[in-house]
Design a protein around this ligand. Structure first.
Ligand code: FAD
Length: 332
């Protein structure tokens, strides 16, 4: 592999619920810095159906080039079809770097592409840099339970790929009228080539369920006592317009689904405000939420480890304190 053949910083643009995922715009901001340092182009890679309106706005968010696969085949995210498109585009244009948001789809796609392209993947990156002369991507992420930062390099293979956590990088201010080059791509792929079929999309009935991009998270632990007791967490979250999170123990108890789990084996979150209610503060939980803007803990044990991490702590019974808070916020 001749590394010199690979040029340009790419961002996979995720389109979700009819809009560009915020993390994709954050990655264009980060990618712009890398591209300027390396004196190369920043490209967005858009895959979907009827996506030209999204593709054409990306120049105003920092992209110089946009590669677009616009086909009914890509109406739903499916690993096989999206991975074929990324593979096809990468083979044709040979990027030096591809960045993906560390969202469920971004993680799924990046790891699938990494198995097909002769390259590696750094997952859950929080710091990105690039060597000006060599183009070596320096992708750093917390490791060993958050105790060290590891910088992971891919010296021999291209493209270098990383997933990047949402809300860590900064999007650029939108530059209205900025233009670039839109390249419409096609791929030799038919519906019958794709083994996965989407039969039905079932939306969750609870509100505000996505914790990885929420500004406020109300998270509950075993201190809520039971699945019924955990309803207080949902009520409080609804009043605040917040997402609901949980410790691993409540996930294992079946009080909430796994995609709400915060921590080492769940999601890493960085909301502006994180309520930890009836959560002891085990290190495996702390590593997933310690970078939140403001951490407020409620626990009946004054010696609970969570009080070492939080900015504000209330020592009390959740069953008494949370209803008071709900009432207070309802009245404001
Ligand atoms: P507990 O430890 O049982 O704590 C309950 C807390 O509630 C206590 O502090 C108690 O004082 C308080 N409490 C009790 N009653 C009340 C009340 N009425 N009002 C207020 N407070 C009350 N955990 C995660 O969360 N996320 C992970 O990703 C994760 N990954 C792990 C990976 C590994 C390899 C291992 C070994 C463990 C992992 N864990 C993870 C588990 C972790 O070690 C803890 O067991 C777990 O976080 C504890 O959950 P908890 O705080 O809800 O429960």
């Amino acid at each position: 592999m001749n590394l010199e053949d690979y040029q340009g910083i790419w961002v996979f643009i995720e389109i979700k619920d009819g809009q560009i995922a915020p993390v994709s715009l954050e990655l264009l901001g980060a990618g712009r810095e890398l591209a300027d340092k390396r004196k190369t182009d920043l490209a967005g890679l858009v895959i979907g159906s009827s996506v030209e309106e999204f593709a054409s706005t990306l120049f105003e968010h920092g992209a110089d080039i946009v590669y677009m696969y616009d086909d009914e085949l890509f109406h739903y995210y499916r690993t096989e079809s999206y991975m074929r498109a990324v593979f096809d585009c990468s083979e044709k244009h040979k990027p030096e770097v591809i960045l993906y948001g560390a969202t469920p789809n971004g993680k799924d796609l990046a790891s699938a592409v990494a198995t097909d392209l002769p390259t590696g993947l750094t997952a859950d990156t929080t710091i990105l840099d690039i060597e000006e002369d060599t183009g070596l991507l320096l992708a750093s992420r917390p490791a060993f339970g958050g105790n060290i930062m590891a910088t992971i390099l891919c010296k021999k293979y291209r493209p270098q790929m990383a997933t990047v956590r949402p809300k860590v990088m900064k999007a650029l201010p939108r530059e209205i009228g900025r233009t670039g080059k839109l390249i419409k791509e096609t791929i030799n792929l038919k519906e019958e080539d794709i083994r996965t079929k989407v039969l039905e999309i079932v939306s969750e009935t609870t509100k505000n369920t996505s914790i990885d991009e929420a500004d406020i998270i109300v998270a509950g632990g075993k201190g809520l006592g039971s699945k019924n007791g955990f309803q207080l967490i949902h009520q409080f979250a609804d009043v605040l317009g917040a997402a609901v999170g949980g410790s691993r123990d409540v996930v294992e108890a079946g009080w909430i689904e796994h995609h709400h789990q915060v921590g080492q084996t769940g999601l890493t979150v960085t909301p502006k405000i994180y309520f930890a209610i009836g959560i002891s503060g085990a290190i495996q939980h702390i590593v997933g939420m310690q970078n939140s803007g403001l951490i407020i803990a409620i626990n009946k044990d004054p010696d609970a480890p969570i009080f070492q991490t939080c900015h504000y702590g209330i020592v009390g019974d959740a069953a008494e304190v949370v209803p008071i808070l709900i009432k207070a916020f309802e009245e404001t």
